[in-house]
Write a protein that binds this ligand. Structure first.
Ligand code: TRP
Length: 337
């Protein structure tokens, strides 16, 4: 694609609220890497979203850099994509405020993730948790994103973003691109290795439920060998009825890139323990180089800092352009207009 052809725009982000997992690769990073060449990409580390749940400050700082290093280790290229930290670009908070005045209370109350999270964090149901999707809308709309790669659980937030963009465009005049969610077909949602009815999560209290990208080879082997499977015997892909084995098939697919159908075809008659051994071996081979690159990149904080600084500068220029338009249209007086 020539430089002058305008590439469609992508925005996505991950919260630096824990160690990154294989689920992040499956649900986000793998797709980001594939998309970065053909799209103009903004990959954000959304620290402002992370504080809607209480964070230990030192951890938040550490995980922010971990997150940046992992973006690079999995193959995001700073020459292709803009990598930055949300709190470095003040326009996110500023646009979120404007959008909050266009969001109905009832509309925000219908967000299912808010309902779930308020149950999980019943001792800290803060207003930020409630307005979280509005900040997410601001993230996306500031960059005029066309496409938002997200997991299924974020689809409703992208729908809200679309509604807010259209509402603003109707009330004032066309200002925002109306984004589409982009949800990959397979493996968007890896499941817990200990309870395949639950999503694989960085915050699962059972460490055996989750493959962390910093897990060593022994830990990976052990977690796969101990993964909970279903009562069947054949290797079949049926997430509904055979979630345990289907999850292992997805992990195998992720690690080898072999199509799900081909895996099933080839391994149908294998025993669970044979199949687990193959998955573990493939996964070790897949994660090991990511982990090595991560450690190398993460140890050079000066380079990470300069990467994030220039990312934020680039992002801020684009974001500021959108915010200025918004402020003008809604009637904020400025001496610069
Ligand atoms: N809410 C998203 C999540 O937890 C993270 C996120 C914040 C995001 N802002 C975004 C994702 C904008 C896509 C686009 O997964």
């Amino acid at each position: 694609m020539s430089d002058s052809a305008k590439r469609p725009i992508i925005f996505s982000g991950i919260q630096p609220s824990g160690e990154l997992t294989l689920g992040h690769i499956a649900g986000a990073l793998r797709n980001w890497v594939a998309l970065q060449r053909d799209y103009e990409c903004y990959f954000c580390i959304v620290d402002m979203h992370a504080i809607t749940v209480r964070q230990v400050p030192a951890n938040l700082r550490r995980w922010t850099l971990d997150c940046a290093a992992m973006y690079l280790a999995t193959g995001i290229q700073p020459e292709q994509a803009t990598i930055f930290v949300q709190s470095h670009v003040p326009a996110h908070a500023e646009l979120a405020w404007v959008l909050s005045t266009l969001t109905g209370f009832g509309e925000a109350s219908r967000m299912t993730q808010f309902k779930e999270k308020s149950e999980q964090h019943a001792h800290n149901i803060n207003v930020g948790l409630f307005t979280y999707p509005i900040l997410m809308a601001a993230d996306i709309l500031l960059y005029q994103a066309d496409l938002v790669p997200v997991g299924e659980d974020q689809k409703q937030h992208v729908e809200l973003t679309r509604d807010l963009a259209q509402r603003f465009n109707n009330i004032y005049s066309p200002t925002f691109a109306v984004p589409e969610p982009y949800i990959p077909r397979y493996g968007a949602r890896l499941m817990s290795l200990q309870d395949p009815h639950k999503k694989m999560s960085k915050s699962d209290p059972n460490r055996n439920a989750t493959i962390f990208l910093v897990d060593d080879n022994d830990a990976i082997q052990r977690k796969i060998q101990r993964a909970v499977t279903d009562s069947g015997t054949t290797i079949e892909y049926d997430p509904e009825n055979r979630p345990g084995i289907s999850n292992l098939i997805e992990i195998y697919h992720l690690a080898t890139d072999e199509p799900i159908e081909a895996i099933v075809e080839r391994c149908r008659e294998w025993t669970y323990s044979q199949f687990k051994a193959a998955v573990a071996e493939a996964l070790v081979a897949y994660v090991e180089p990511v982990r090595t690159r991560f450690q190398q990149i993460r140890s050079d904080e000066a380079s990470l800092a300069s990467l994030l600084l220039s990312g934020a500068e680039r992002a801020a220029r684009v974001a500021q352009r959108t915010l200025r338009k918004v402020y003008r249209k809604i009637g904020f007086w400025s001496p610069k207009d």
